[in-house]
Design a binder for this molecule. Structure first.
Ligand code: FAD
Ligand code: NAI
Length: 476
């Protein structure tokens, strides 16, 4: 049966399902096409983020952190635990249960907001009389629907390395690495980016010997240099073996595992033997077989859908959001774009300040930042002040056994406007929200310094770092 909608969204990841909900809240008749099938054959909403990304990875990070506490940190509290053990299948069951709860939650939200879930693969099929046609290929055949507005939110998939076949048994992408049936004794990871570090941390904490092979000579190049240096020290202490500046060669699998030939940074040939390999070398947008050409849309040189600052494509009534467009591949960035586009369609004037989108890497300690790094400010020739304060001088951090790391605040030398904030510590993911809020409101470092922060709390370090930009931290 063919239906006419105000809005059809392609993809129900965080960008698409949030766009659908916001559009429905604004009174539109909305459908969302989603083709995701779980290995058990059940269709699911939620996209990469909920099924094989943010949510399952954070569940395993939390489980492995509990285990690491028993193993590595509980002793200093005067508590001893005899021989803690891991039951991997129970840990995976917990993770899968959280994923199911969340994806079923979106089904509930769709019903609540009267959003039609079009199950199957969606492709555009031309436009006529002010409507765009969408073809859905599902289990029951092909249906064609029409919509005044289309929001493309088809997300991304792992980038493949030429000649390396992912079987999700021995050689895995994120999906396989979130479902190992046992703790591999030796785990190799290609790519010391966000996934490599997070999933490398999970299995390292559970007992794997983890070696990470990274092509770039610089570690965590997107982070502020001070944070990257502190993180490298911390990960080395934990036993994550990160080799920079490598060139990956031939990879072979056998009954014994995986053998990875590579050149190290000095050009010497090396072989790494591992039981499992995770390939995490970035992600590419899902822009194939979307029928974009039928409405006159072409991709850019990176395969992304070209959009303006408000996620409008060159074709009227067609928008694109999330991982298929420029900007960081982050769930919260896609969600905000979803809200923005729905409100644009409703004739409102929403806006996103892309400079205020926070980043978090959920390692231990966590790494979080928003705005410019010190090296970016230097290269832009901007005059700035820098204030840094360590968690080691914070009573709450000491009490919690989380005294590693610091907050660094960068502010404009003349106006004192906050330009960037960098946190490396436990709960950096929560602490960074204060900085994002401050930057959205164009706050000065003095503004943060004048706000009463609860004592004792980790958040006092944010205030102290802000005061330190004026050389007046109180507890240093
Ligand atoms: P996706 O989540 O990829 O969803 C796109 C959906 O569109 C999919 O469900 C797909 O099936 C569907 N689709 C595609 N084409 C079609 C079609 N033609 N017809 C019908 N349906 C279609 N980001 C964070 O911000 N924080 C994190 O902690 C975090 N952790 C991550 C951990 C891992 C291991 C990974 C892999 C990613 C992580 N990310 C994280 C990134 C985050 O998952 C993505 O940025 C986010 O999912 C992008 O949202 P999206 O809606 O654009 O796309
Ligand atoms: P990434 O871009 O973070 O890191 C990929 C790494 O692989 C880079 O350091 C790159 O230099 C390296 N690399 C590329 N080719 C290589 C090669 N041939 N040999 C060795 N190293 C190579 O990508 P990743 O980790 O795959 O994650 C994809 C995206 O998913 C992230 O960029 C991020 O947007 C999102 N994500 C976000 C998370 C979060 O917000 N906490 C968690 C996980 C993923």
């Amino acid at each position: 049966m063919s239906e006419r909608f105000d809005v059809v969204v392609i993809g129900a990841g965080p960008a698409g399902y949030i766009a659908s909900i916001r559009a429905a809240q604004l009174g539109f008749k909305v459908a969302c096409a989603e083709k995701w099938m779980n290995p058990d054959g059940e269709a699911a909403l939620g996209g990469t983020c909920l099924n094989v990304g943010c949510i399952p990875s954070k569940a395993l990070l939390a489980s492995s952190e509990e285990f690491a506490k028993l193993h590595e940190a509980i002793g200093e509290h005067g508590i001893s635990v005899e021989n803690p053990r891991v039951d991997v299948s129970k840990m995976l069951e917990r993770k899968n249960g959280i994923v199911k709860k969340m994806t079923k939650g979106i089904e509930f939200l769709f019903r609540k907001n009267r959003i039609t879930w079009l199950k199957g693969h969606a492709r555009l099929a031309g436009s006529a009389d002010g409507f765009h046609r969408v073809e859905i290929s599902g289990e029951s055949g092909v249906e064609v629907h029409e919509a005044k507005n289309i929001i493309i939110a088809s997300g991304s998939r792992p980038r493949a390395l030429p000649g390396i076949e992912i079987d999700n048994k021995l050689i895995c992408d994120n999906e396989g690495a979130l479902s190992f049936d046992k703790v591999p004794k030796r785990l190799a990871v290609i790519g010391a980016g966000v996934i490599g570090l997070e999933l490398g941390s999970v299995w390292r904490r559970l007992g794997s010997e983890v070696t990470v092979l990274e092509a770039m000579p610089k570690f965590l190049a997107a982070c502020d240099d001070a944070v990257a240096k502190e993180a490298a020290k911390s990960f080395a202490k934990q036993g994550l073996d990160i080799k920079l500046g490598v060139k990956i060669g031939e990879i072979k699998t056998s009954k014994k595992g995986v053998s990875i030939r590579y050149e190290d940074s000095s050009g010497t040939a090396q072989v790494l033997e591992a039981d499992r390999l995770v390939v995490s070398v970035g992600r590419v947008p899902n822009t194939h077989d979307l029928g974009l050409e039928t409405v006159g849309l072409a991709l850019d040189e990176r395969g992304l859908v070209p959009v303006d600052d408000h996620c409008r494509t060159a074709v009227g009534g067609v928008f694109a959001i999330g991982d298929v467009v420029r900007g960081p591949m982050l769930a919260h960035k896609g969600e905000d774009e979803g809200v923005m586009v729905a409100e644009l369609i409703a004739g409102q004037s929403p806006h996103i300040d892309y400079n205020c989108i926070p980043w978090v890497i959920y390692t231990s300690p966590e790494i979080a930042w928003v705005g410019r790094t010190e090296q970016q400010l230097k290269s832009e020739g901007r005059q700035y002040k820098s204030g840094q304060f360590p968690f080691a001088a914070n009573g709450r951090a000491l009490g919690m056994g989380h005294s590693d790391g610091f907050v660094k605040v960068l502010s404009d030398a003349q106006t004192d406007e906050v330009l960037g904030v960098h946190v490396i510590s436990a709960s950096a993911s929560d602490l960074i929200s204060e900085a994002a809020l401050a930057m959205e409101f164009k706050a000065s470092a003095e503004d943060i310094g004048r706000v009463c922060h609860p004592h004792p709390s980790m958040s006092e370090v944010m205030r102290e770092a802000a005061l330190a930009t004026d050389k007046r931290a109180l507890n240093m």
